[in-house]
Write a protein that binds this ligand. Structure first.
Ligand code: ASP
Ligand code: MG
Length: 810
């Protein structure tokens, strides 16, 4: 069973009421067994209250009354004769007496809901459904606090269940919201916007699976959208936060709505009638919302601060008790209290309308103390407003607070309620309240983390990366609140600068931006001039010069992400210098793509090593390009080595000059980079390696090399002939680390491996790394996957950028 509740605007003539009927019918047809709760239609409640006011002042109300009736029966053959007579009688009475008691007002205003339920029931009947209007006064029993009565839940529950059990099955009940009866049977109401509360009670009594609250807005917002246009809809909210919000007069929910739902774990969905049928989920309120942090802002204007000042309050017990007793007898409810630890005074926030009464009550209570000078001052400061941040973790408050101060808003009072995580700020007046809402909203909800990237090198990897970033930008902003801005793109001859980020036309713009100066100096100065936060240098070149400027970048506020290996294969002294510089300036340097392209190798290796796991050997195919070449060769033994190398070059798997890969030098570099991760201060010269390219071909031009390629083929063929039948050729990198002796054996070369071993079975351009550690024994950790190609490498670089970005403070 579902409870469907419809607000006044939804029920208004036209699109609203038509859609409401569709919603009810759809729900009924789907077998939801809907129980419908309705508010008064349109602004009927306000119209009735206005009529009361006119009558009370003795003004003519006939015209307004006629206007009221004109809207009530529209489109149906309902005459409401009895109700018309009754309203006439009540208003005439008020007009004669020039007085309207709360009791009479409730009797009168209840017609809004009565007419509404009758209207909806009749409209459904005219569409062929069996529907019945139910007056909630027939089961909701309250005290006689007219205007905002309290419900006696137990009797109400019993009566409600009894009444509903008697309903013929298949009937759709259309129940009035807002109204009830006292024990003596007199009409009462539950307070403005009370229909939500009625619906929640009904859901509780009848054990509904959900309460769907159809309104005229898309859900609950992070702030009132009419005050803060940037407010966003909240997808999911906890009962606690929703209840807090309702305290602040979020007019969608009556203050008491949440409790009956929470008690029985009934979810509440706030939906928009006017977008029914469209993809839209409104706001779901449950015990355990999916979103980790949901915050919302609310505000209340028309507050006053009562100042109570005195001397020697310290050590005089009972003063607070007397203050609150005075308030109690004057019916003043208190919303915030502040007292300094020196007890020079107390400050209490109350509704503005209660302020004078509060001051009078205090003067009365402290007459003697005032006379003796113990109490020095009691006065009210009016025209204040409370801004509440709901669901705020206090550690996050520093930023909004700084922003408030920057905007010259100094809260008069701050008060923090611990279990609900609500922080209330008392500010001066309505204008300041709206400004405070906007400032806080901006800080908490609108500010994506801005990350400023300077990308150097836009060859295959750099170009792919820029493309990927531009493509993902919107999504990252929306889902991760990360705003990636490429503020600079550079190569050896050009530099494009854009403080708010380059656009899709960056390639053409770069063409027109020649540059000859000092790149590092220029970028550093530019970042400072534009006060760019979270700057990352992304190096996709293979330049030694750029790698050697990393320390300069690091000491000037840049983090570094690099696919360039040069800094990591530099002489160990430089390698160590970069690391100490990074540490001193608390900067990060990520280079996951240096080995194994996008594979998560270096991160894992670092973790293993840091966690104290002793790594004894890293062995495998460190080059995706060589992996491709040699596993093609073993899989297609008939094919010429030349055609395989040509194909790899064509696929972009090798460098334009394939000797750079075939030589094995790249594997040597990777061996060095990996062993240095284990804190071994090795140098390139410590790796003993084999270059399969014959000496005679190494210094030839590329064209001559291709002409004499046969000499390399002879060499490869010779190696192939020497294999056993179950062996294949692989270019293998190997690090053997003896922790006790502190000795590393570093090699790289063509090896015969068993075709059934992991290295023998690798396919495509996969790299494969076997990491042997002490606790894993003879079972290595194997990391394997695409180890070459511009787009996987670019993804890897992007991953490094995002990992850095996640660590930044927003
Ligand atoms: N009709 C009542 C009001 O306008 C109750 C409600 O709509 O929830 O306050
Ligand atoms: Mg309403």
């Amino acid at each position: 069973m579902k409870v469907l509740k419809f607000g006044g605007k939804s029920l208004d003539n036209g699109l609203g009421i038509a859609t409401v009927l569709d919603i009810i019918i759809d729900s009924y047809e789907q077998g939801d067994a809907p129980v419908v709760v309705v508010s008064a239609r349109g602004k009927s409640t306000d119209a009735l209250l206005a009529l009361v006011e006119r009558a009370r002042r003795g003004e003519a109300f006939d015209e307004d009354l006629a206007c009221f009736w004109a809207h009530q029966g529209e489109g149906l053959s309902l005459s409401f004769e009895e109700e018309q007579r009754e309203l006439d009688r009540l208003l005439t009475g008020i007009s004669l007496l020039r007085e309207c008691s709360p009791r009479l007002e409730d009797a009168l205003v209840s017609y809004g809901e009565i007419l509404s339920s009758k209207y909806v029931a009749e409209a459904l009947r005219s569409r062929g459904y069996s529907a019945v209007a139910i007056d909630s006064g027939d089961f909701l029993v309250t005290d006689d606090h007219f205007g905002s009565a309290s419900v006696f839940t137990e009797v109400s529950r019993e009566r409600c269940q009894a009444l509903f059990s008697r309903l013929p099955s298949g009937t759709i009940p259309i129940v009035t919201g807002f109204i009830a009866r006292s024990e003596a049977g007199e009409r009462t109401t539950l307070g403005r916007n009370g229909s939500n509360y009625s619906a929640a009670l009904l859901a509780n009594f009848l054990g509904a699976s959900i309460m769907e609250n159809f309104t005229h807005v898309d859900g609950i917002y992070t702030a009132n959208p009419t005050l803060v246009p940037e407010a966003r809809k909240i997808d999911e909210l906890s009962y606690a936060d929703a209840a807090e919000l309702s305290q602040f007069g979020a007019d969608i929910l009556h203050i008491k709505t949440i409790e009956p739902l929470e008690e029985r774990g009934i979810p509440l969905r706030v939906l928009n009638t006017f977008s029914y049928g469209e993809e839209h989920n409104g706001t779901l309120v449950t015990a355990h919302p999916r979103d980790r942090v949901v915050r919302a802002l609310a505000s209340l204007t028309g507050k006053a601060l009562i100042h109570f000042e005195g001397r020697n309050m310290l050590g005089r017990p009972g003063i607070d008790a007397r203050i609150f007793r005075a308030f109690e007898s004057a019916h003043v409810s208190v919303s915030m209290v502040a007292q300094g630890s020196t007890e020079r005074g107390t400050a209490i926030v109350v509704d503005e309308g209660d302020a004078d009464r509060a001051v009078t009550a205090l003067h009365e209570e402290f007459k003697q103390d005032l006379h003796e000078g113990l109490t020095t001052k009691i006065y009210a400061e009016k025209g204040l407003a409370v801004v509440a941040i709901i669901g705020l973790n206090l550690v996050e408050f520093d930023r909004p607070y700084r922003a408030l101060v920057r905007n010259r808003i100094l809260p008069i009072l701050l008060s923090n309620s611990v279990p609900e995580n609500t922080l209330c700020l008392l500010v001066k007046g309505e204008e300041e309240c709206v400004k405070a809402l906007k400032v806080i909203h901006g800080e908490l909800f609108e500010r994506p983390k801005r990350i400023h990237l300077a990308i150097i090198g836009h060859g295959t990897v750099g170009g792919a990366l820029i493309g990927q970033i531009i493509q993902q930008r919107e999504l990252l902003r929306e889902q991760k609140h990360i705003d990636l801005r490429i503020f600079a793109i550079a190569n050896s001859r050009q530099l494009l600068l854009a403080p708010t980020g380059v656009g899709e036309q960056w390639e053409e713009e770069l063409q027109q931006a020649p540059f000859t100066g000092d790149l590092a100096e220029t970028l550093i100065a530019y970042g400072q001039r534009h006060a760019l936060e979270n700057m990352i240098l992304v190096d996709n070149t293979s330049s030694v010069a750029i790698a050697s400027s990393y320390p300069l970048y690091a000491s000037n506020g840049f983090d570094i992400v690099s696919s360039n290996k040069k800094a990591n294969i530099a002489p160990y002294a430089d390698y160590a210098h970069l690391r100490s510089t990074l540490q001193r300036h608390r900067r990060s340097y990520r280079y996951e793509t240096n080995v194994g392209a996008g594979l998560p190798l270096i991160d894992n290796l670092k973790l293993l090593h840091l966690s104290g796991e002793r790594i004894t050997r890293i062995h495998g195919l460190f080059s995706g390009s060589l992996s491709y070449i040699f596993n093609r060769l073993s899989q297609e033994p008939e094919r010429s080595f030349r055609s395989i190398v040509e194909e790899s070059a064509r696929l972009g798997l090798t460098e334009p000059d394939p000797r750079e890969d075939l030589s094995g030098e790249d594997v040597v570099r990777k061996v060095l980079i990996l062993v240095r991760e284990l804190d071994v201060p090795a140098e390139l010269s410590d790796v003993s390696w084999e270059n399969p390219v014959p000496e005679s071909l190494r210094s030839l031009s590329l064209q001559d090399f291709w002409e004499r390629f046969g000499e390399l083929e002879v060499e490869i063929e010779r190696r192939r002939q020497a294999l056993n039948s179950d062996e294949v050729l692989r270019y293998v990198g190997d690090i053997i680390w003896d922790d006790v002796r502190q000795e590393a054996t570093l090699t790289a070369g063509l090896r015969a491996v068993s075709s059934s071993s992991p290295l023998g079975r690798v396919s495509g351009a996969d790299s494969c790394f076997e990491i042997y550690t002490e606790s894993y024994g003879s079972q290595p950790i194997v990391i394997q996957g695409a180890g070459a190609g511009a787009s996987v490498t670019a993804r890897g670089v992007f991953g490094d950028v995002l990992r850095l970005a996640e660590g930044y403070e927003s």
